[in-house]
Design a protein around this ligand. Structure first.
Ligand SMILES: [Zn+2]
Length: 223
Protein backbone atom coordinates (compact mmCIF):
# COMPACT_ATOMS: atom_id res chain seq x y z
CA UNK A 1 0.00 0.00 0.00
CA UNK A 2 2.81 2.35 0.94
CA UNK A 3 4.58 1.51 -2.27
CA UNK A 4 1.41 2.11 -4.29
CA UNK A 5 0.90 5.42 -2.51
CA UNK A 6 4.46 6.59 -3.17
CA UNK A 7 4.14 5.52 -6.83
CA UNK A 8 0.92 7.51 -7.08
CA UNK A 9 2.60 10.59 -5.51
CA UNK A 10 5.61 10.29 -7.83
CA UNK A 11 3.27 10.16 -10.83
CA UNK A 12 1.50 13.30 -9.64
CA UNK A 13 4.74 15.11 -8.70
CA UNK A 14 7.56 13.59 -10.76
CA UNK A 15 11.06 14.33 -9.56
CA UNK A 16 13.10 16.62 -11.79
CA UNK A 17 16.75 17.49 -12.17
CA UNK A 18 17.21 20.83 -10.33
CA UNK A 19 19.42 22.16 -13.16
CA UNK A 20 17.98 21.07 -16.53
CA UNK A 21 14.49 20.03 -15.30
CA UNK A 22 14.70 16.58 -16.92
CA UNK A 23 12.35 14.06 -15.31
CA UNK A 24 14.21 11.63 -13.06
CA UNK A 25 13.51 7.98 -12.28
CA UNK A 26 15.96 7.91 -9.40
CA UNK A 27 18.79 9.95 -7.87
CA UNK A 28 18.66 13.70 -7.23
CA UNK A 29 20.25 14.93 -10.46
CA UNK A 30 20.48 13.68 -14.06
CA UNK A 31 23.77 12.02 -15.11
CA UNK A 32 25.02 14.79 -17.48
CA UNK A 33 24.39 17.55 -14.89
CA UNK A 34 25.98 15.44 -12.15
CA UNK A 35 29.08 14.91 -14.30
CA UNK A 36 29.26 18.62 -15.10
CA UNK A 37 28.89 19.62 -11.43
CA UNK A 38 31.49 17.05 -10.34
CA UNK A 39 33.97 18.56 -12.80
CA UNK A 40 33.14 22.09 -11.62
CA UNK A 41 33.67 21.31 -7.92
CA UNK A 42 36.83 22.89 -6.60
CA UNK A 43 37.27 23.29 -2.86
CA UNK A 44 38.80 26.69 -2.20
CA UNK A 45 40.27 27.42 1.18
CA UNK A 46 41.15 30.94 2.22
CA UNK A 47 42.68 32.17 5.45
CA UNK A 48 40.12 34.12 7.41
CA UNK A 49 40.05 37.70 8.52
CA UNK A 50 38.63 39.06 11.75
CA UNK A 51 36.27 36.57 13.37
CA UNK A 52 36.23 33.79 10.75
CA UNK A 53 39.28 31.50 10.97
CA UNK A 54 38.93 29.87 7.55
CA UNK A 55 36.66 30.40 4.58
CA UNK A 56 35.74 27.54 2.27
CA UNK A 57 33.77 27.54 -0.95
CA UNK A 58 33.08 24.72 -3.39
CA UNK A 59 31.70 26.02 -6.70
CA UNK A 60 32.71 28.90 -9.00
CA UNK A 61 30.42 31.89 -8.62
CA UNK A 62 28.63 33.02 -11.77
CA UNK A 63 28.62 29.67 -13.59
CA UNK A 64 25.15 29.12 -15.14
CA UNK A 65 24.55 25.69 -13.54
CA UNK A 66 25.75 26.95 -10.16
CA UNK A 67 23.40 29.95 -10.43
CA UNK A 68 20.48 27.66 -11.28
CA UNK A 69 21.19 25.42 -8.29
CA UNK A 70 21.56 28.43 -6.00
CA UNK A 71 18.22 29.84 -7.19
CA UNK A 72 16.57 26.41 -6.76
CA UNK A 73 17.76 26.25 -3.14
CA UNK A 74 17.18 29.87 -2.20
CA UNK A 75 13.86 30.58 -3.85
CA UNK A 76 12.25 27.16 -4.17
CA UNK A 77 13.78 25.09 -1.38
CA UNK A 78 14.17 22.45 -4.14
CA UNK A 79 14.59 19.09 -2.41
CA UNK A 80 16.90 17.59 -5.05
CA UNK A 81 19.05 20.73 -5.15
CA UNK A 82 19.51 20.69 -1.36
CA UNK A 83 20.20 16.95 -1.37
CA UNK A 84 22.83 17.22 -4.10
CA UNK A 85 24.59 20.29 -2.67
CA UNK A 86 24.67 18.86 0.87
CA UNK A 87 26.07 15.59 -0.50
CA UNK A 88 28.87 17.43 -2.35
CA UNK A 89 29.72 19.81 0.51
CA UNK A 90 29.78 16.97 3.07
CA UNK A 91 32.00 14.86 0.80
CA UNK A 92 34.58 17.64 0.49
CA UNK A 93 34.44 18.45 4.21
CA UNK A 94 35.23 14.80 4.97
CA UNK A 95 38.23 14.95 2.65
CA UNK A 96 39.68 18.03 4.31
CA UNK A 97 41.49 17.49 7.59
CA UNK A 98 39.83 20.37 9.45
CA UNK A 99 36.75 18.30 10.17
CA UNK A 100 38.47 16.43 12.99
CA UNK A 101 38.24 19.57 15.17
CA UNK A 102 34.64 20.50 14.29
CA UNK A 103 32.07 19.57 16.91
CA UNK A 104 28.90 21.11 15.55
CA UNK A 105 27.27 22.76 12.54
CA UNK A 106 25.31 25.99 12.48
CA UNK A 107 24.16 28.56 9.92
CA UNK A 108 23.48 32.23 9.30
CA UNK A 109 19.69 32.44 9.74
CA UNK A 110 17.63 34.03 6.98
CA UNK A 111 15.88 37.36 7.54
CA UNK A 112 12.50 36.72 9.26
CA UNK A 113 10.60 38.51 6.47
CA UNK A 114 12.21 36.33 3.81
CA UNK A 115 11.70 33.16 5.80
CA UNK A 116 8.02 34.02 6.08
CA UNK A 117 7.75 34.89 2.39
CA UNK A 118 9.47 31.73 1.09
CA UNK A 119 8.34 29.45 3.89
CA UNK A 120 11.79 28.10 4.70
CA UNK A 121 15.37 29.04 5.54
CA UNK A 122 17.69 27.55 2.91
CA UNK A 123 20.83 27.92 5.03
CA UNK A 124 19.15 26.05 7.89
CA UNK A 125 17.97 23.27 5.55
CA UNK A 126 21.43 22.97 4.01
CA UNK A 127 23.19 22.99 7.39
CA UNK A 128 20.85 20.32 8.75
CA UNK A 129 21.45 18.03 5.79
CA UNK A 130 25.23 18.50 5.91
CA UNK A 131 25.27 17.87 9.68
CA UNK A 132 23.24 14.68 9.22
CA UNK A 133 25.69 13.42 6.57
CA UNK A 134 28.61 14.17 8.89
CA UNK A 135 26.89 12.71 12.00
CA UNK A 136 27.29 16.06 13.78
CA UNK A 137 24.61 18.07 15.61
CA UNK A 138 23.10 21.07 13.83
CA UNK A 139 22.50 23.77 16.45
CA UNK A 140 20.44 26.96 15.91
CA UNK A 141 23.17 28.90 17.71
CA UNK A 142 22.22 32.27 16.23
CA UNK A 143 18.96 34.16 16.22
CA UNK A 144 18.18 37.02 13.92
CA UNK A 145 16.65 40.23 15.12
CA UNK A 146 13.65 41.39 13.08
CA UNK A 147 14.22 44.14 10.49
CA UNK A 148 17.25 44.92 8.38
CA UNK A 149 17.32 45.57 4.66
CA UNK A 150 17.96 42.99 1.96
CA UNK A 151 21.71 42.60 1.37
CA UNK A 152 21.32 42.48 -2.41
CA UNK A 153 22.08 45.80 -4.11
CA UNK A 154 24.04 47.23 -1.18
CA UNK A 155 27.76 48.06 -1.33
CA UNK A 156 30.24 46.17 0.83
CA UNK A 157 30.31 48.96 3.40
CA UNK A 158 26.50 49.23 3.44
CA UNK A 159 26.25 45.45 3.88
CA UNK A 160 28.59 45.50 6.86
CA UNK A 161 26.50 48.26 8.50
CA UNK A 162 23.25 46.52 7.61
CA UNK A 163 24.17 43.26 9.36
CA UNK A 164 25.75 44.96 12.35
CA UNK A 165 24.14 43.62 15.48
CA UNK A 166 21.48 41.79 13.51
CA UNK A 167 22.42 38.46 15.08
CA UNK A 168 22.18 37.47 18.70
CA UNK A 169 23.30 34.39 20.60
CA UNK A 170 20.66 31.75 21.24
CA UNK A 171 20.53 31.69 25.06
CA UNK A 172 19.63 27.98 25.11
CA UNK A 173 23.13 26.89 24.12
CA UNK A 174 26.52 27.02 25.73
CA UNK A 175 29.14 26.48 23.04
CA UNK A 176 32.25 27.50 24.99
CA UNK A 177 35.42 25.97 23.58
CA UNK A 178 33.75 24.44 20.50
CA UNK A 179 34.94 24.66 16.90
CA UNK A 180 31.97 25.45 14.69
CA UNK A 181 31.26 24.86 11.01
CA UNK A 182 29.15 27.82 9.80
CA UNK A 183 27.18 26.95 6.66
CA UNK A 184 25.75 29.38 4.13
CA UNK A 185 24.52 28.89 0.58
CA UNK A 186 26.44 31.91 -0.70
CA UNK A 187 29.02 34.16 0.94
CA UNK A 188 28.89 37.45 -0.97
CA UNK A 189 31.14 39.97 0.78
CA UNK A 190 31.52 37.91 3.93
CA UNK A 191 29.94 40.55 6.19
CA UNK A 192 27.11 38.24 7.29
CA UNK A 193 29.33 35.29 8.27
CA UNK A 194 31.85 37.61 9.96
CA UNK A 195 29.06 39.08 12.07
CA UNK A 196 27.78 35.59 12.92
CA UNK A 197 31.29 34.44 13.84
CA UNK A 198 31.76 37.51 16.08
CA UNK A 199 28.62 36.66 18.03
CA UNK A 200 29.65 33.00 18.28
CA UNK A 201 33.06 33.94 19.66
CA UNK A 202 32.33 37.01 21.77
CA UNK A 203 28.98 35.99 23.23
CA UNK A 204 29.10 32.21 23.15
CA UNK A 205 32.78 31.48 23.81
CA UNK A 206 33.28 29.54 20.56
CA UNK A 207 36.94 28.70 19.94
CA UNK A 208 37.10 28.64 16.12
CA UNK A 209 34.71 29.29 13.24
CA UNK A 210 35.07 27.78 9.76
CA UNK A 211 32.68 29.28 7.22
CA UNK A 212 31.75 27.05 4.29
CA UNK A 213 29.51 28.13 1.41
CA UNK A 214 28.24 26.41 -1.71
CA UNK A 215 29.57 29.32 -3.79
CA UNK A 216 31.20 32.71 -3.21
CA UNK A 217 32.50 35.60 -5.32
CA UNK A 218 34.75 36.77 -2.49
CA UNK A 219 36.64 33.52 -1.83
CA UNK A 220 39.32 33.16 -4.50
CA UNK A 221 42.16 30.74 -5.11
CA UNK A 222 44.69 33.52 -5.62
CA UNK A 223 44.08 35.34 -2.32
ZN1 LIG B 1 20.07 17.77 -15.46
Amino acid sequence: MNHLFSTFISLLFPSRCPICRTFLDRDMMCDPCRTNMTLLADLIRQEGSESVDLFYSLYPYGNASVKTLLFAMKNKGHRNALAFVSEQMARHIRQDSFLSGVSLVTYAPRRPGEKQRYGFDQAQLLARKIAARLSLPCIPALLRKPGGKKQRGLTGEERALNVKEKFIANPHYDLAGNTVLLIDDVITTGSTVKECASVLKLHMGVHKVYAFSFTSPSIQTDV
